[in-house]
Design a protein around this ligand. Structure first.
Ligand code: IVH
Length: 668
């Protein structure tokens, strides 16, 4: 008994501290999943010992005190929370409870919509004019953030149409789109300011600025998910009808919203949104299901500050915490030395994570990450796991600072860091086996020389047995040498030699890309090939003529010139050509004859008639430039199914959007 009491007290103290960090300081101390675990543990204990429940328990309130800097606002109707579901069983149980309370066996209609990961907002419209905007705060009292909210483009200052009620309180979630978040963090970095751990923190930090001009510069947006108080006539008997009306009055509502019949359709919707999650352009942490009929909602009512008519079905958490055991370094193709975190294995969103990239030394310093620290690891979709922050309260005394090694762990050459660059590099060049292996792997890759079967393991062996030093040596390999390698049958060896033989016929642009010149990607290689026509012309090019090539600025032109200035590189090229590498003459087309000459395109989303790579090829054949990112210079953005954040950015910039049908017309 006593045990339970002290355990409850301990949990409450921890949760209160986390609440304060999260709600008041905008600086969460633990990932949400950990917070949820503490809360659930406390709820379970309180359920077992109802005599220990007190009104001030964190389970009895929604958030925490508003900070003192903004005027306090008393909510006309409390802003409540949602019950959570974590698996299919929870959702089925929710649906059964709804049916039981409504005393019906018939299939219940729900509305499903994404659960946005931002912060709740209440917008009060009087006679259609935005009068007051308030954060949720503790659910009863929030903060007056009207001046800041007025700077958000997607929130109307006055409602459209005429049939809105006299007084209408719109509720919704303010969030920061992922593209905007990344841009903001880049700007913060450049300005030497603190970066944000995730879009939600960035949204909260941006909305709670005392200077609205700062908020105005931040890319915030809002989706509405319902109404609060209301005076006047609404003439709606379902949630879906109200949302439709809000849409007509100019309030943003989720385009993903769907009407669903019964728990099974809800489960399908949950899976569907889960698959779309990465391409939505903003963070969501689950799906909310709401009983559609208002008479049903009224009958169901509320329990402990959450409606019985709704459930938040959560995705597995994308952030977890674990211990940073050590920091190793990896050597890349261009000698870049990247620190890699070795982690105590932890499950994040269904995958065991043991490593995370730390980018570079500055990043480690900025985040104040030390070996031995408890860190927060984030893994979103296919993205490489990252360390978003450190839990400083848990830092052990013996925690160590990371030091960049002075010598390359692979070849012992000096590690250098050029003034003004964030990256440290091994100075060994192709003398360094790690760099050599990576360079060969790049050389053989599909979009370079396309040598199928020459994978990482085989390259490791060829380099370690000193059979291959440079790409040119690949073409001198004999059948005996290859067959003698461990686990290499005669047939596989023959196949490899055949592949090498085939790769001798290539294109100038693939060859240039395969050389692995710093910052010369596929697109730049193609531009260079088209511009100069021959390898000799490119090798002889001066700075000025390089700068006249599309996409080539002073940095890239510097890399190209120093690559060809290196005697060793010229020798390898010479040997490759002697080995019979050749390509057809480049046809330098007169761009003015082409219908899309000079036009710049960006493709986003899935096309149904052809893969994006094919569309890209066809556009380029008509003289268009196809770029990977949207900017002011973009002329057209082609939007396919499930477009990414590029489509949002394009609309933000007011660019012309083309559908797939428009694209097909253009290509004809
Ligand atoms: S409905 C009565 N719908 O989740 C409850 N909430 O955990 C009204 N949220 O405070 C909330 N997306 O900030 C609702 N589509 C959505 C939501 C959503 C995000 C947030 C909201 C709320 C919290 C509850």
């Amino acid at each position: 008994m006593n045990d339970a009491k002290s355990q409850i007290e301990l949990l409450r103290t921890q949760i209160r501290q986390h609440n304060h960090r999260y709600y008041v300081l905008d600086d969460p101390s633990v990932p949400d999943a950990e917070y949820d675990r503490l809360m659930r543990a406390l709820q379970a204990l309180e359920a077992q010992h109802p005599e220990l429940l007190t009104p001030d328990s964190p389970t009895q309130r929604v958030g925490s005190q508003p900070s003192s800097a903004f005027a306090e606002v008393q909510h006309r109707i409390p802003m409540l929370s949602l019950a959570n579901g974590f698996n299919e069983g929870d959702l089925q149980a929710f649906n059964r409870r709804v049916q039981e309370r409504l005393e019906t066996d018939s299939v219940i209609e729900y509305v499903g919509e994404p659960k946005l990961d931002g912060l709740a907002i209440s917008l009060l419209y009087e006679r259609g004019q935005l009068q007051l905007a308030a954060t949720r705060g503790d659910g009863l009292r929030g903060e007056d953030v009207t001046a800041n909210i007025r700077t958000i483009g997607s929130i109307p200052l006055r409602l459209m149409g005429h049939d809105y009620p006299q007084l209408l309180e719109v509720r919704g979630e303010v969030y920061m789109p992922k593209a905007g978040f990344e841009r903001l963090n880049r700007q913060q970095l450049e300005a030497g300011e603190k970066t944000f751990a995730n879009p939600r923190n960035a949204a909260a930090g941006s909305l709670r600025q005392l200077d609205p001009r700062i908020t105005a510069s931040r890319p915030l947006a809002m989706y509405s998910y319902g109404i609060g108080d209301m005076e006047g006539d609404l003439n709606a008997s379902t949630y879906a009808e109200i949302m439709h009306k809000l849409g007509q009055w100019g309030i943003r509502i989720s385009p993903e919203m769907a009407l669903l019949k019964g728990a099974d359709e809800c489960m399908d919707y949950f899976t569907e949104i889960g698959q779309k999650r990465e391409s939505l352009g903003y963070d969501i942490d689950g799906v909310v299901f709401k009983v559609n009929r208002f008479d049903y909602q009224d009958k169901l009512g509320f329990v402990s500050r959450a409606p019985r008519w709704a459930i938040a079905q959560k995705f597995p958490a994308q952030e977890e915490m674990t211990v940073l055991l050590d920091i190793d370094v990896q050597v890349g193709r261009t000698g870049a030395i990247t620190p890699v975190a070795r982690l105590e294995p932890v499950q994040v969103a269904g995958v065991t994570v043991t490593n995370a990239t730390l980018h570079n030394e500055d990043e480690i310093r900025r985040k104040d990450i030390r070996i031995g620290d408890t860190v927060i690891v984030r893994r979103a979709g296919d993205v490489i796991p990252q360390i978003v922050g450190v839990i400083k309260d848990r830092r052990p005394q013996q925690a160590r600072l990371f030091e960049m090694p002075a010598h390359c762990p692979e070849c012992g050459s000096a590690v250098v860091r050029i003034e003004g660059e964030a990256v440290s590099r091994c100075s060994g060049g192709l003398f360094c086996p790690a760099q050599r292996k990576q360079a060969l792997f790049h050389f053989a890759s599909r979009t370079a020389m396309n040598i199928e079967g020459l994978g990482k393991k085989l390259i490791d062996q060829l380099v370690e047995k000193e059979l291959v030093h440079s790409p040119a040596d690949l073409y001198q390999l004999s059948l005996e040498q290859v067959t003698a390698l461990p686990r290499m049958g005669r047939k596989s060896a023959e196949n490899l030699l055949h592949e090498l033989e085939q790769s001798r016929t290539t294109s100038l642009s693939a060859f240039l890309y395969a050389l692995g010149i710093r910052e010369v990607g596929e697109a730049t290689a193609r531009n260079l090939a088209e511009h100069f026509g021959t390898l000799e012309a490119l090798m002889a090019a001066d700075e000025e003529s390089l700068l006249s090539v599309e996409d080539v600025g002073p940095i890239v032109s510097g890399h190209i010139r120093s690559f060809f200035a290196e005697a060793h590189n010229r020798e390898v090229i010479q040997k490759l050509r002697e080995a019979g590498i050749h390509w057809p003459a480049v046809v330098q087309r007169a761009p003015q004859n082409l219908s899309l000459a000079g036009k710049s395109f960006v493709l986003t989303g899935t096309l149904s008639s052809m893969p994006r790579t094919e569309a890209k090829k066809q556009l380029q054949a008509l003289g268009a430039k196809v770029s990977g990112s949207v900017s002011k210079k973009t002329d057209f953005v082609v939007v396919g199914e499930n477009p990414g954040s590029k489509a949002d950015k394009a609309s933000e910039l007011g660019l012309s959007l083309l559908s797939e049908a428009d694209l097909l017309t253009l290509l004809q």
